[in-house]
Design a protein around this ligand. Sequence first.
Ligand code: UD1
Length: 354
Amino acid sequence: MRILSVVGARPQFVKLAPIAKALEGRAEHVIVHTGQHYDELMSDVFFQDLGIPAPDYNLGVGSGKHGEQTGAMLAGLEKVFEEAEPDVVLVYGDTNSTLAAALAAVKIHIPVAHLEAGLRSFNRRMPEEHNRVLTDHASDLLLSPTQVGMDHLASEGLAERSRMVGDVMTDVLYTVRDQLAAQGQPLPDGVTAGNFYVCTIHRPDNTDDPARLKAIVESLAALGKPVLLLAHPRLKALAETHGIDLAAGSIVLHEPLAYPQLVNAVANSAGVVTDSGGLQKEAFLLRVPCTTIRPETEWVETVELGWNVLVNGDLSRLAGAVERPAPAATDAAPYGDGHAAQRTVDALLEAFAK
Ligand code: UD1
């Protein structure tokens, strides 16, 4: 059986790592990189650090407007699928690469499996929300990380195609955390263990409007501990365009970190401030309080359990949220047990092996 994975953006490389490992010896695995993310720190280091085999194909699509970027992927992926003739195309998460791959496959009658199915923000301003909904409805097998995801799929009439497998990001996080415990890792310059916050901001709703971005940066700059701001290229480019100083006040400006260094930084931090989906969960799994600069989250369990607080319109609430005391300890495991990749491969073989 031949499984073809399509990835393109940073969070997808993280999800691919445990799947590639779990597929070893069980099925042939073809990896396609769309090239959506292309900077070394956004792409190559993840393949190296997480031991992912080099992609069999790289479309080199790069950046662009949504239609331009997604369209280029669609055309490129169709050719690759025709050549590679997979039994199933596996797509990950909610990026433009996910949607392009699902659409390219379904049009030429190749079955599609969607990993991380069923997540919803119900916020139609987010490109990821369109990508999720459209991908789920185009897919033949929906692999959901959580019960909440399963419930969303059921309410959209997709229960029969859905399987709960757990979250593969838990698998990779636990593996890397255990390796770090064995090896130790230095922290980036300018921060000391227990006395800094880890911050990422990259969502268009936070970066693209200069007044909004300026207000967020000013709130971060005024926090009472150093803020390690791991600047995504989108953030850097827009701050420069709008003349916003990203290194103001408490902010310690830094390049994006490789995955093991990121896990190490979060584990040693006093808290996380972010608009990333993955980081909200990583903070929770490492039991570090998180503050999310968004009106809602797909990872509602982190909020319900008290480990994540949402701040959006009124940024004067940010400092109080970030500096809040740690919540009550919990042994809840809404994101699985670290064996989601194994269950994903079992489900793929059961559904598509000839
Ligand atoms: C994409 C995903 C988002 C995910 C994020 C993780 C979509 C619609 N969004 O957002 O869901 O959370 O990846 O990072 O697919 N850029 C570079 N170098 C790179 C990659 C991007 O400079 O390696 C720049 C581009 O020029 C562009 C900006 O970053 O200006 C945005 O890149 P893009 O891939 O379109 O979206 P992300 O914001 O990264």
